[in-house]
Design a protein around this ligand. Structure first.
Ligand SMILES: Nc1ncnc2c1ncn2[C@@H]1O[C@H](COP(=O)(O)OP(=O)(O)O)[C@@H](O)[C@H]1O
Ligand SMILES: [Mg+2]
Length: 284
């Protein structure tokens, strides 16, 4: 099926709402899925061999989902996440992100989509060592071409506050614990009010207590309406997600809801409204 044939009301402005003001379920019903991919393949051409890393993946992810992507090493998880993150292009197949057919975009448009609509969280945090926490949070704004000023600085400070780093603004990554660095990376991922957060093993370098703290933070973001796709190989971590997709040999083997996701503490309406009011101020 060609993705253009999917019907939805494109007059409804997607993603810009406050959960507290509106009927969340009703919004989900009228909004296009965040991700629609159809028969996606990715082949790597090495000297004499072709590696078929993805061999026809189809997937729809709706607004507000929290998906864990699992599977053995080499099954194609990172390849799929890279395509979802517009960091690479598929060999064939379609990928529609929100309203945009990104599988046909050139590099410039892809990087624009990345900086406007996506937030990334990596296993090794990827904060720039020479910059402070607040400067690291500003980086996606620079990629978007925003001029940094007092207002944008305040936005970054608010996000640092939201993840509990309000008293570490001037610290550099080396002066922070792993969990604090990952919280900084989450704040950075939130600065552009992303439609979709992509996380590759976000707790892979953390002890189990800190991992739980980071997962609780992701759960709170999800409760506030953020859509999350997270690669993990740990069952304990996938147990937080609402849906678990298992890959094998470049295809989706199992795609099922998690009937009893782990419950996070602190998913308060205060957090949800704090996040939403921050997001509604985000500059496009
Ligand atoms: N840049 C690349 N060039 C060639 N082969 C690659 C490249 N990236 C990944 N692969 C191959 O594609 C397959 C899937 O890799 P990957 O997506 O990294 O799996 P996973 O993240 O599940 O471990 C593996 O066989 C891997 O060796
Ligand atoms: Mg991988």
């Amino acid at each position: 099926m060609c993705p253009e044939s999917v019907e939805y009301d494109c007059n409804v402005p997607p993603y810009r709402f406050s959960v507290s003001d509106l009927d969340y379920d009703a919004i989900v019903r009228i909004m296009p899925p965040v991700v629609r991919i159809q028969n996606l393949t990715k082949h790597y051409f090495l000297e004499s061999v072709t590696v078929r890393a993805l061999r026809g993946v189809s997937l729809t992810v709706e607004q507000g989902e929290f998906v864990a992507l699992m599977g053995p090493s080499g099954s194609g998880k990172s390849t799929l996440l890279n395509l979802l993150g517009c960091l690479d292009r598929p060999t064939s197949g379609a990928y529609v992100l929100g309203d945009d057919d990104v599988s046909r975009m050139d590099d410039d448009r892809l990087s624009e989509v990345r900086s406007r609509y996506l937030g990334f969280i990596f296993q090794s945090y990827n904060l720039l060592p020479q910059y402070t926490v607040v400067e690291n949070i500003e980086i996606p704004l620079l990629y978007q071409g925003c001029r940094l000023n007092e207002k944008s600085r305040q936005r970054c400070i608010q996000r640092a506050d939201l993840v509990g780093l309000g008293d570490r603004l001037e610290h550099r990554p080396m002066q922070l614990s792993g969990g604090q660095q990952q919280r900084g990376a989450i704040a950075r991922a939130l600065v552009n009010d992303p439609h979709l957060i992509l996380a590759d093993e976000p707790t892979g370098n953390l002890d189990s207590k800190t991992s739980d703290e980071i997962m609780q933070m992701l759960i709170r973001l999800n409760a506030a309406g953020k859509t999350i796709i997270m690669v993990t190989h740990e069952n304990d971590i996938a147990a937080w997600a609402k849906r678990v997709i298992r890959m094998r040999d470049g295809v989706i083997e199992i795609d099922e809801p998690n009937q009893q996701p782990r419950i996070a503490q602190g998913v308060s309406s205060a957090f949800v409204s704090a996040l939403n009011s921050l997001m509604s101020e985000a500059v496009r």
